[in-house]
Design a protein around this ligand. Sequence first.
Ligand code: NAD
Ligand code: TDX
Length: 339
Amino acid sequence: MSQKSILITGGAGFIGSNFINNLLPQHDDWFVVNLDKLTYAGNLENLKPVESYKNYSFVKGDIANRELVDYLFAKYNIKYVINFAAESHVDRSILGSEVFFRTNVIGANVLLEAARRHGAEKFLQVSTDEVYGSLGPEGLFTESTPLSPNSPYSSSKAAADMMALAFHHTYGLPVVITRCSNNYGPYQFPEKLIPLMIINALNNKKLPVYGDGLNVRDWIHVADHNRAVELVFEKGKPGEVYNIGASREMKNIEIVKLILKKLNKSEDLIEYVKDRPGHDRRYAIDSSKIQNELGWKPEIEFETALDNTIDWYVENKSWWERVISGEYQKYYKTQYGSD
Ligand code: NAD
Ligand code: TDX
């Protein structure tokens, strides 16, 4: 049987590790090379379920390192790429944007150039709904919504999307792009809303809600997102963008209250804090294109899966206790002004 050699980048992060853990057991026809820099967000513990697989290899390194990326393409005869690697947190991009441009823009360029030189047959760029900017109370993002990113993070993702599409247009590189809404699920780094609130509640710490708490995000379970990524990777049409979302809009404060209720904690733990600068008001995704053209649909029901996610954090205290030691403490103090 011939194996597809796939370079998966950022596979030690939240979404990438869920992708590899779920997909590798079903694919002995894939040889997966996971290239990850192991930044604060990368964690090899997330990949325990697959570390002994024979069709899996981990490489610690930077996607912006041209020599390394070129060497890996040649060594493993890489013909397929799924680029999950990114600096992914909006608040950190507001504190300092340089590393966002280095990884998200230059890193994507290095991968695209290597893919072009080595005759790649598919390149999937994992992007985000944040490239479309912010919505008012009505309407949904479609694939033809103009890009209007508002944060250093989303502008770096939008730059990578445009470059990836230009590589398709100019060189015929078979690029596909996915733009997904907010993910939740196991192994999410606790700087993001849901795990941060769960962990603070478990520690009886204040839950910092930005602004009036009425900003809206459209939530999807990471496993639904990853099924869509796999489908777009296999069946997506080169040069096309596919929005991914589960039509589950929630105000931030509603999520925070659901978490407190599930954990039997008082709403007195909620603390309204200074708003995020440039805070996008509302995201909501129209995913009819991937549903109609590729036959994907979300399958995971939000309330049950949020409960299961909360249970996962309750049961995996040792995972997050290690994750929030060290660098996280410094970040938390800078971002929230308290320990
Ligand atoms: P994450 O921060 O949890 O993980 C990112 C991973 O990339 C980490 O393992 C990190 O070590 C690695 N990485 C960072 N810089 C690197 C570099 N220069 N070279 C190699 N590896 C590097 O992020 P995530 O939430 O898993 O997001 C994965 C992708 O999905 C990102 O591209 C993000 O923009 C996109 N996305 C995320 C969401 C979400 O809700 N989390 C939604 C839509 C799209
Ligand atoms: O402490 C907090 N308090 C708060 O009110 C944090 C961390 C967040 N929030 C708010 C800000 C947002 O309105 O919660 C909402 C969600 O925030 P994040 O979890 O930081 O996600 P968001 O900014 O929406 O971006 C996420 O979705 C799109 C991911 O981090 C991105 O990687 C992805 O591209």
